[in-house]
Design a protein around this ligand. Structure first.
Ligand SMILES: C[S@@+](CC[C@H](N)C(=O)[O-])C[C@H]1O[C@@H](n2cnc3c(N)ncnc32)[C@H](O)[C@@H]1O
Length: 373
């Protein structure tokens, strides 16, 4: 470990794993609470193997709370110690058989410490109402701070919902296969709409064009498939190796066909009614995790009486504050969570159906065909 600027040795009293690539270790030097330091392990600095060893290595080599550890590395600006290597010098368990070390979390910064009477009411923040009304000892504040906190709580709820959904079923397919799974489902559900050379299927917010390539190249859809996304530039829609292989194979098999007819088209714009007009005859509007374009996709398709199939992901409640839906007791409510957002979209036309596609993450598809088609 030559050329390292410093060492930090002490007892690890708290561990915060932020992601697979980053972990914080709070250390007390000489077991002195006023000599508390933070060591940070980043996989791209200390190497993935070192971080893996610290987190999941052999029992005697990995770091547990209570262990005395020597970290080698350097001090960063802001006082955090950036770790390059480490060694457990004394294992708590080994020296204290049968005992458990209780983690010591950092105390809140002085400006974060709030007296009870200065704390915000949790009910008020998350729902805008408080069941304790006049009896509540906590603050009921309105204004931008409340709005920001409410948004934070909503996003937390959304993230939790997403995690829960991911845990629900281990038989689900990898989320990396979502374009392929959705394309196959579309082919089954809308076979005619994908096989009409005189019409276009619009892939709203298609990003890198994975779904469009699946539809055109793997499933040989005869309809034109056009990606509409401001990111739909040549650099972004660069195909991966396996996609290029699929295209080569298709070209060999489809000898004589015009190259342009075999590949998806792209329009580098935000999706809206104007783009729909530009496209001419559209047979189907689809979108896989189309972010901010989700609602526009449904609105434009419904008003043009064109079938749609959309797999929503994020709610973006803050960007669209005016949304209202019919709640359980027929009262107007703002859709805040993913489930509520799906319900809200489903209320936009009569006969919107839903199905699960069976990949990890948000896999619910909402789809609709106008009456009489
Ligand atoms: C999460 S990515 C999904 C990309 C792709 N559908 C997929 O599943 O890999 C969301 C995409 O939405 C696009 N987007 C956001 N707002 C849009 C809008 N109003 N019109 C078209 N595309 C939009 C972004 O540029 C981004 O590529």
């Amino acid at each position: 470990m030559a050329n390292l600027e410093e060492e930090l040795e002490g007892r690890v009293v708290h561990i915060r794993s932020v992601s697979a690539k980053m972990c914080f270790y709070d250390v007390l030097i000489d077991d002195n609470a006023s000599l508390r330091r933070t060591a940070l392990m980043k996989s791209w600095v200390c190497g993935t193997d070192t971080l893996e060893l610290a987190r999941k290595g052999r029992e005697e080599a990995r770091i547990h709370v209570g262990d005395k550890v020597r970290f080698e590395g350097r001090k960063e600006e802001g006082g955090v110690f950036e770790v390059v290597n480490f060694a457990v010098v004394a294992s708590f368990r080994k020296h204290n058989p049968g005992k458990t070390f209780t983690s010591i979390p950092p105390s809140p910064a002085p400006d974060q410490e709030e007296k009870k009477s200065e704390k915000q009411c949790k009910f008020w923040i998350s729902t805008g109402r408080c069941p304790r009304s006049g009896q509540c000892p906590y603050l009921h504040q309105d204004g931008p701070a409340k709005a920001a906190k409410m948004e934070f709580v909503r996003e937390k709820f959304n993230r939790r919902e997403a995690l829960q959904m991911a845990k629900e079923d281990h038989d689900l397919k990898s989320r990396h296969r979502r374009a392929s799974v959705f394309a196959s489902w579309l082919k089954e559900e809308f076979p005619d709409r994908l096989d009409d050379e005189s019409t276009a299927v619009v892939d709203v917010a298609g990003g890198k064009g994975e779904l469009a390539i699946e539809l055109k190249v793997r499933l040989r859809s005869r309809s034109k498939v056009v990606v509409v996304d401001p990111r739909a530039t040549a650099e972004v829609v660069r195909m991966s190796k396996w996609q290029r292989k699929m295209v080569r194979k298709m070209r060999e098999e489809e000898e004589g066909a015009e190259a342009a007819a075999l590949m998806p088209g792209r329009i580098g714009k935000m999706f809206g009614a104007d783009v729909m007009r530009e496209l001419g005859k559209v047979s189907l509007v689809v979108g896989l995790h189309p972010d901010e374009a989700t609602e526009a996709l449904v609105d434009v398709a419904v008003s043009a009486s064109v079938p749609f199939a959309v797999v929503p992901c994020c709610v973006f409640a803050r960007s669209f504050p005016g949304r209202r839906m019919r709640g359980d007791s027929d009262q107007e409510e703002e859709p805040r969570t993913y489930e509520e957002f799906c319900r809200y979209l489903g209320q936009k036309a009569e006969g919107v159906r839903e199905a699960r596609l069976g990949f990890r993450g948000r896999d619910k598809v909402l789809y609709w065909t106008p009456k009489g088609l």
